[in-house]
Design a protein around this ligand. Sequence first.
Ligand code: HEM
Length: 460
Amino acid sequence: MASFCDKYGPLVYLRLGNVDAITTNDPEIIREILVQQDDVFASRPRTLAAVHLAYGCGDVALAPLGPKWKRMRRICMEHLLTTKRLESFAKHRTDEAQSLVKDVWAQAEKGQTVNLREILGGFSMNNVTRMLLGKQYFGLESAGPQEAMEFMHVTHELFWLLGVIYLGDYLPLWRWIDPYGCEKKMRQVEKRIDYFHMKIIEEHRKKKGKNDNIDEGEMDFVDVLLSLPGEDEGDGNGKQHMDDAEIKALIQDMIAAASDTSAVTNEWAMAEVIRHPRVLKKIQEELDVVVGSDRMVTESDLIHLKYLRCVVRETFRMHPAGPFLIPHESMRATKINGYYIPAKTRVFINTHGLGRNAKIWDNIDEFRPERHLPPNGDDNSRVEISHGPDFKILPFSAGKRKCPGAPLGVKLVLMALARLFHCYNWSPPDGIRPQDIDTTEFNIFLVTLGKSNMKLRIEA
Ligand code: HEM
């Protein structure tokens, strides 16, 4: 589907079994869908994965547009992802950045190649779970190897199932036969994840029982959710607490939305930079000027690292966290570019194709961060890592469904990269030339993965 627009034009209509669908990689059409006609296109299809794996679409990311989504999204924006709340986790993020540097050192000191996927995955997961659940899964104060492994395993299965385009959503007969047992697998994962979430909630309830006055600054996301009132069901009498299913749906969303996206972006950025020693040199020159060699990078430096920010933009252009946005769905019939689009049309916005659209980018396969530098060498303008008015990249989407975690995601990505490039020199393992690093990709699932675990040698 990703290549259809190259063959057939900027807006392609598809009939997928019983379902009308469109796909596009064109900035103007994307702007029309996500901004001008946001009210029409901001819903989500009710897929089987969303039903089984997001508590009956009771979360934020997969919920259809409506009062329930609005309420859950408001909880995210007003209670969880506020600037103040995110600031209260700044110390945890600094600790994790420090552990990241130490973990690389520990592997390199033993003369091992560094397994970046493992290290970057642990960094993202720890940041997210410390903020969400108040516990670290990997490293010194970790939850324990068995729990961590089970957690990782079940979370990866969840990612996989959420990303897969399941034919049962389009062909009722396929659903009935379920030849590969996909829906059965969804039910199994649903059960295992639910058990896991229940345990987390119980642990937090026990903690709350022992100490009812947890300091606001020490509350993790689950503590916050447990303290919020439930839904007002229209009679003016809201429930005293949120339902467990609502809390579980939110925990699940945050883990799924936050950890893999930043880890995968970091992995691609590292691969591209190591493939281009010229870029690595420029990043390090900038770090020398902005940070110097007497201290570590801090979050307040990140805004000044213009070239590194261009590197991240270029990474998003070539390797967005997923090849498509999460599918949108139209609420009513409308027209785009004069073409009739029926109600309930599924919309696949091809962000991978947008970044490689030869009508808007030159030399599309060349990794060249400089293309994002402000025009005319304007030193005062900042390099934004989101879509600009031209919609030429779209890492966090736009409109009602845009990513509510973008500021945190940007911090996690920039911080990991800045620390790793500031502290170490990077080169491929012996016998591999930089230009031989494989940055082709296979986009089968929601998250874009590299072909192999990247292993690297460092020189301290
Ligand atoms: C580099 C990191 C990240 C990237 C690239 C990213 C990207 C995205 C994208 C492309 C979407 C889909 C938007 C659409 O369908 O139009 C999305 C949705 C979402 N993201 Fe992120 N994200 C990142 C980090 C985070 C973090 C850290 C959180 C929260 C802690 C988060 C929470 C969410 C949620 C809840 C949604 C669903 C929004 C809705 O449907 O209303 N994301 N993200």
